[in-house]
Design a protein around this ligand. Structure first.
Ligand code: FAD
Length: 574
C-alpha cells in the first residue's frame, strides 16, 4: 500500500478546527488564503507520493556508510533531495529577503509531516537546515545572514546542529569544545561532537554546522557557552567556496533505525568559525533552533503515526482470519471486524488526530505570536512545545508498535517493511532533548511560578465545554472530569517548591495535560463538523482514552516518596 498525504484532514484542521482563514489578513503578516494552502499541500503531496516515499526502503536497506573518507548514501537520495530543494521546501518559512518563501510555520508543519511520512531519514536533513535558518535569522549579524541564508534557504547548502559530546548529552553545559578568537574577526573551534545528524554527506555542496563551544575564561555550565557557525567549506563574501575547513568526519554510527540518515562523529581542529549572537549567550540562540526543531521532531512522530495508521487500516481490511459473531460470512472474516483489532485501529487513528491538532495548535500559536508580537502567545508556544515534542513522539512509538501488532507475524518480518516505522521513529523520543527532559522543562520552567498560561488554556477548554454541553452532555461531562483532575494536578505542581517533587511526576503530568488537550480538540471537531465519522472518533477517544488523563494526573501528584524513600531497590545487591 502506498502512502497518501492526508491533505483533506489537514485542511479540516486548518480551516474548520483552528479557523486559520479568520487569522490571516488585517493586522497580521500571515497568509493563509485558500489558494496558497491548497497549492502547497497538493504540490508537496505529489512530490512525496511520487519521489520521496519510493526511496524510504532504500534508506533502510542500504544504510549511510563511510567509505574512503566519504559518506555513501543510496543513489536515490540525491535525486529526492534535489527535488525537495528545487521545490523550495527547505526555505519554506525563511524570510523572503534571504530567499525563503516566508510562509507561516503551520504550513511548514504540514509540509514537514508529509515529507517525513515519505522518508523520515531524508526529511531530517531539511528539518535541521530550517532550524538553522531560524536561528541565524534571529541571532546572526546582517553580514552572516547575507553570506549564508540564501544558500541555506535554497538547499544548496545544508545545516546541522552540534551540541552533543561524549560527556555532554542531556547535560549540554558539560561540553568541553573550545573556542578562541582567531585575530581575523573569526574564531577557531577545537573539540569533538558526536551523534550529529546529517553531519556529513554529499547531497548539498556545503554543510554548515551550528556548534556550541566555550571561550576560555567563560563561566562553567550553560552560562559560558557561545554559538558558532562552522562551514565545511569556507565561503567568500559572494558565497563561493574557497577552501576546506578543519572539520573532519571520524565515523558514522550504526543505528537501530533511521539508517538513511548519516549520524556522524565530527572532529574540529582549529576550525574557522563565525560567532552567532554574543559571546556566552549561545544557549539562548541555540534554543531558537532547538524549539524549532522540537516542533519538527513532534511532527516526525506524527508523520510515522499517520503512515502506520494508513498501513494498519489497509492490512486489516485485506487480511482474513477466523470468524466474528457480528459478521455472518461463509469464509473467514477480515481482521478489521475483530474487536481487538478495531480497538487498536481506533487508538491509532484518534491519537494521530490529537497529535496533528497539537502540532498545528503549537505552530499557529507561534505564527500569531510572531505576527502580533504577543508575549502571552509566545509563552503559550513555550508551554506547548515540550508537550507536543514528548506526546507526539511517544504516540509515534505507540502507534508504530500497534501497527506491528495489527500485522501479526507479518509485522515482525522485515520484508513487510513495517518494522522500519517502529525502528525509525524510536529516536524521536530521545533526540532534541529526551522526553523525560521535556517533561522536566514543562513542570520546572514552562509552568512558571503562577501557571498563568496553563490556567488560561484550561479556561479555554471550559469555554468549549459550555458551548458543547447542550449538544453533547455526556462527552462534556467526561472532558470536564478530566479538566478538573488536571487542574488539581496543576495546583499541586505549583505548590511544590522542591523541584524534585515536581520532576517525580513530570512525565505523568505532561501526558495528562496532552490528553486533556486531546479531549478538547475532539470536542471542537464535533462542534464544527456534523460528519458522523468525526463524532465516532471523538466518542472513542473521550470514552476510552481520555479517562487515563485523570489517572496520569493523580500519579503526577504522588511526589518522590516511592522513588526515594525505598532505597532498597537501588542497592547493588537487589
Ligand atoms: C540518531 C541520533 C541523532 C542525533 N542527532 C543529534 C544532532 O544532530 N545534534 C546533536 O547535538 N545531538 C544529536 N543526538 C544526540 C541526542 O540529542 C542525545 O542522545 C540526547 O539528547 C540524549 O543524550 P544522551 O544520549 O547523552 O543521554 P543521557 O543524557 O545520558 O540520558 C540517558 C537517560 O538519562 C536521562 N537523564 C539524563 N539527565 C537527566 C536529568 N537531569 N534528569 C532526569 N533524567 C535525566 C535521560 O532522559 C535518558 O533517559 C542524536 C542522537 C542520536 C542517537
Amino acid at each position: 500500500m502506498s502512502y497518501l498525504a492526508p491533505t483533506d484532514e489537514m485542511k479540516f484542521l486548518l480551516r474548520d478546527l483552528f479557523g486559520i482563514c479568520d487569522k490571516s489578513g488585517a493586522g497580521t503578516n500571515l497568509n493563509f488564503d485558500d489558494e496558497t494552502v491548497d497549492s502547497i499541500l497538493d504540490e508537496v503531496s505529489r512530490l512525496t507520493e511520487h519521489v520521496i516515499s519510493p526511496i524510504n526502503k532504500d534508506g533502510d536497506l542500504y544504510p549511510a556508510s563511510f567509505e574512503g573518507g566519504k559518506v555513501v548514501l543510496p543513489q536515490s537520495f540525491s535525486k529526492a533531495y534535489d527535488a525537495i530543494a528545487k521545490g523550495g521546501w527547505v526555505g519554506i518559512s525563511g524570510h523572503p529577503k534571504y530567499g525563503g518563501l516566508g510562509l507561516p510555520m503551520v504550513l511548514t508543519t504540514c509540509v514537514n509531516e508529509i515529507l517525513s511520512s515519505g522518508c523520515l531519514s531524508l526529511a531530517l536533513n531539511p528539518l535541521m537546515t530550517q532550524g538553522q535558518i531560524d536561528a541565524l535569522e534571529n541571532h546572526a549579524s546582517e553580514e552572516i545572514k547575507k553570506r549564508f541564508l540564501p544558500r541555506l534557504n535554497s538547499g544548496e547548502w545544508s545545516g546541522t546542529m552540534n551540541l552533543t559530546e561524549p560527556q555532554a548529552g542531556s547535560d549540554v553545559g558539560a561540553l568541553s569544545s573550545k573556542a578562541k578568537p582567531g585575530g581575523d574577526g573569526l574564531y577557531r573551534i577545537t573539540g569533538q561532537k558526536i551523534y550529529i545528524s546529517w553531519g556529513d554527506h554529499c547531497l548539498s555542496s556545503n554543510i554548515c554546522h551550528l556548534v556550541l563551544a566555550r571561550l576560555s575564561g567563560s563561566p562553567e555550565g550553560t552560562k559560558g557557552i557561545s554559538l558558532f557557525l562552522v562551514p565545511k567549506y569556507i565561503p567568500n563574501d559572494s558565497g563561493e567556496l574557497m577552501s576546506q575547513n578543519n572539520v573532519k568526519t571520524i565515523s558514522l554510527e550504526k543505528k537501530m533505525g533511521l539508517h538513511g540518515s548519516p549520524t556522524a562523529v565530527l572532529e574540529y581542529d582549529n576550525a574557522k568559525a563565525w560567532l552567532i549572537g554574543q559571546e556566552n549567550k549561545g544557549m539562548a540562540a541555540m534554543f531558537t533552533m532547538m524549539n524549532n526543531a522540537r516542533l519538527g521532531v513532534a511532527v516526525q512522530g506524527l508523520s510515522q503515526s499517520e503512515l502506520a495508521t494508513q498501513k494498519a487500516f489497509d492490512y486489516a481490511k485485506q487480511r482474513k482470519q477466523g470468524k466474528n459473531l457480528k459478521f455472518f460470512e461463509n469464509g473467514s472474516t477480515a481482521i478489521i471486524n475483530h474487536a481487538d483489532v478495531r480497538r487498536n485501529l481506533l487508538i491509532m487513528k484518534s491519537l494521530t488526530f490529537v497529535s496533528r491538532a497539537l502540532c498545528f495548535d503549537t505552530a499557529i500559536s507561534s505564527d500569531l505570536a510572531k505576527s502580533n508580537n504577543d508575549p502571552d502567545l509566545l509563552q503559550r508556544v513555550s508551554l506547548l512545545t515540550p508537550i507536543a515534542k514528548a506526546f507526539c513522539t511517544d504516540v509515534g512509538c505507540r502507534v508504530t508498535d500497534l501497527c506491528i501488532q495489527v500485522h501479526g507475524g507479518m509485522g515482525y518480518i522485515e520484508a513487510s517493511g513495517i518494522s522500519q516505522l517502529y525502528r525509525d521513529v524510536r529516536i524521536t523520543a530521545i533526540y532534541e532533548g529526551t522526553n523525560g527532559i521535556q517533561a522536566m522543562d514543562l513542570v520546572g520552567r514552562k509552568l512558571g511560578s503562577d501557571g498563568n498560561i496553563a490556567y488560561s488554556i484550561i479556561k479555554e477548554i471550559m469555554i468549549n465545554e459550555n458551548m458543547a454541553v447542550g449538544r453533547f452532555p455526556e462527552l462534556v461531562e467526561l472532558v470536564s472530569m478530566a479538566r478538573k483532575n488536571v487542574t488539581k494536578a496543576l495546583d499541586w505542581m505549583l505548590s511544590q517548591h522542591d523541584l524534585n517533587e515536581r520532576f517525580s511526576g513530570a512525565r505523568s503530568f505532561l501526558s495528562a495535560f496532552a490528553l486533556l488537550l486531546g479531549g478538547n480538540y475532539m470536542l471542537r471537531s464535533i462542534l464544527v463538523s456534523n460528519d458522523v465519522k468525526r463524532k465516532e472518533l471523538a466518542e472513542f477517544f473521550i470514552y476510552q482514552i481520555l479517562p487515563s488523563a485523570s489517572v496520569e494526573a493523580s500519579i503526577s501528584c504522588q511526589g518522590s516518596n516511592q522513588l526515594y524513600q525505598s532505597p532498597g531497590i537501588f542497592t547493588e545487591d537487589f
